[in-house]
Write a protein that binds this ligand. Structure first.
Ligand SMILES: [Fe+2]
Length: 307
């Protein structure tokens, strides 16, 4: 096993949450065979998931959200497409005259093909804070908590891939996920751009279809092209996700190199004339060695733990 995965594994032995969620798979099997490699699913009792996320209805989630930016509303155009709706307009439709969320109006919106995407639910309640803290410890990275409510026969988000690994928890209803082969094999290393759109790519190869039912847990790594929809066979769906927002070695070294380049920008030695036509001569090599060593020293001074 990769020594860094071993390190991560040894740092959370006290946490049983992951172990229970992926049972009967063992945690070490997850880290050696699944993590950053494959899509995997586990079927648990729905009651087990409701210990983590105490919501079976999207209306309960709406009522707990305190900031407008935590929600996005979509309307199904056809079974594969939805369009985002004007935020303030739709909120007015779904609230009553006192300004409170109206259960019946929310249900009407949903039945009419409306879906809701919830973001940054980190502070929704104490249980979510606990599961988030546990996942932070386990995976040693930041964790975003999102949720998705989709009525039967709709797809709210188009085909895409994410720069994050995702755990999905099916709370109620069912949803069908399709995973496609990565485009050039490089997508899983992308770290900075959220939700990369691959709607226009017609040459994608379907690799796997997964139907999640209440109590199901799914993991998929960053870069895996996917789309999730509720087919006519599915029922109104609500699922939560925990996304693992971690840096890569590539990202880490890129940052260090950029910082080093910025630091040497005003340094006399590095602003000097670069006589590349003389490269290969002994004098050039001697001069190059001096500048090279300074650059390496600058890089080394920024590395976290190397001497
Ligand atoms: Fe996604």
């Amino acid at each position: 096993m990769d020594p860094f995965k071993k390190l991560v594994l040894s740092s959370f032995q006290e946490s049983k949450i992951l172990e229970e969620l992926i049972s009967p798979m063992k945690t070490h099997e997850f880290f050696s065979d699944v993590f950053q490699k494959n899509v995997a699913t586990w079927s648990q009792e729905p009651t087990q998931l409701s210990k983590l996320f105490a919501y079976n209805s999207f209306i309960d989630v709406i009522k707990k959200c305190t900031k407008p930016e935590q929600m996005k509303f979509f309307q199904a155009v056809d079974e594969n497409h939805s369009q985002e709706l004007n935020h303030s307009g739709i909120q007015q439709i779904m609230r009553n005259s006192s300004g409170d969320w109206d259960t019946e109006r929310c249900e009407d919106f949903f039945r009419g093909g409306g879906s809701v995407l919830f973001f940054a639910l980190e502070d929704l309640d104490e249980r979510i804070q606990v599961i988030r803290e546990c996942f932070k410890k386990i995976f040693n990275c930041d964790i975003f908590v999102n949720a998705f409510a989709t009525p039967r026969g709709a797809q709210s988000v188009h085909r895409h891939y994410d720069p994050y690994d995702v755990f999905a928890f099916q709370m109620s209803g069912s949803k069908t996920w399709r995973f496609y082969k990565p485009l050039k094999g490089m997508e899983m290393y992308s770290t900075c751009q959220p939700l990369i759109d691959v709607r226009e790519n017609q040459d994608l190869v379907l690799e796997r279809e997964v139907r999640l039912l209440p109590g199901d847990v799914m993991y998929f790594p960053r870069g895996f092209i996917h789309e999730a929809r509720t087919t006519e066979q599915d029922s109104d769906s609500l699922h939560f996700t925990l996304t693992l927002v971690y840096d890569t070695w590539n990202g880490y070294f890129s940052k260090i190199v950029l910082e080093s380049l910025n630091a040497i920008h005003s340094c006399e030695d590095f602003r000097n004339f670069f006589p590349h036509l003389l490269s290969g001569s002994n004098d050039f090599k001697v001069a190059e060695q001096i500048v090279y060593q300074k650059f390496i020293d600058e890089l080394k001074s920024r590395l976290i733990s190397l001497p």
